[in-house]
Design a protein around this ligand. Structure first.
Ligand code: MG
Ligand code: MG
Length: 263
């Protein structure tokens, strides 16, 4: 069933979502060539626990880490590792927390040093797809309107839209109904209603939409090994309009301090 959240519940989800935002800001400050994603994972876990919250991914269906760290052709659900980040990599960092009974789930794709222009464009378009999808999250629309807008923008650039993984409701559980695909038809699917809280998360591939799963049982990669980007926000519907509960402001502040490119 689709849960419609009270203003008090939405505040709790916002609190969790913003802790994720701050955690991503901590990660942003430290991303550079030579750093390992396992170091960043430990840092994130400590940061979350120091705030009195719990990492929501750790142990979720057996996932062993705090962060999903998906590099280059990895789309989502990558494992942090001892392999250092390299100049020219992109790294999608997805983080979830549970705090006071409610979840936040939010992601950003970072560049490591300088990346080729076409890769930068993939990231910019994926983030624009997220914003475009969010703008459709108003009463009078259906989930298909959100899905369609994301698909339309991604495919206008010739990119592949991942079908196997989708956005979702977020609240007491990390993943709730409804599913929010990044592809679909306008006017189809559940009605958007006040009190809905959705994690909108386009996963957009530079090439084919087709995916493969690695033998670790988690990591999903592009079938053609071209790069993939992933941006995610938690969004509530309030007074008929979308209200973004998570924020990229901590990430952007950290990137600005480093003089790094802001997507
Ligand atoms: Mg996520
Ligand atoms: Mg999610």
């Amino acid at each position: 069933m689709i849960h419609l959240r009270s203003p008090e519940e939405i505040e709790k989800i916002r609190k969790s979502a913003r802790l994720v935002s701050k955690t991503l800001g901590e990660i942003a400050a430290r991303i550079e060539p030579g750093v390992t994603t396992l170091e960043l994972d430990r840092l994130a876990e400590t940061y979350i626990r120091d705030h009195g919250a719990a990492p929501a991914f750790k142990g979720y269906n057996g996932f062993p880490y705090t962060l999903c760290m998906s590099r280059n052709e990895e789309i989502v659900h990558g494992f942090p590792s001892n392999k250092p980040l390299r100049e020219g990599d992109i790294i999608s960092v997805d983080c979830g927390v549970k705090w006071d009974g409610y979840h936040g789930d939010h992601a950003y794709t970072f560049v490591v040093g300088h990346v080729p222009l076409p890769v930068l464009k993939l990231l910019q378009v994926t983030k624009a797809c997220l914003d475009a999808g969010i703008r459709e999250m108003r009463t009078g629309n259906k989930i298909g309107d959100v899905s369609h807008r994301i698909q339309e923008m991604a495919e206008a650039h010739g990119y592949g839209v991942v079908r196997e993984l989708v956005g979702h409701g977020v609240g007491r559980d990390l993943h709730e109904e409804p599913q929010v695909p990044n592809y679909g038809r306008p006017g189809k699917g559940p009605r958007i209603q006040n009190g809905m809280v959705l994690a909108i998360e386009p996963m957009i591939n530079m090439g084919t939409a087709r995916v493969l799963q690695l033998d670790d049982g988690w990591t999903v990669i592009t079938a053609d090994r071209q790069p993939s980007a992933h941006f995610e926000h938690d969004v509530a519907v309030v007074n008929g309009q979308p209200e973004v509960l998570s924020t990229f402001e901590y990430v952007e502040e950290a990137l600005r301090k480093k003089g790094a490119v802001i997507i």
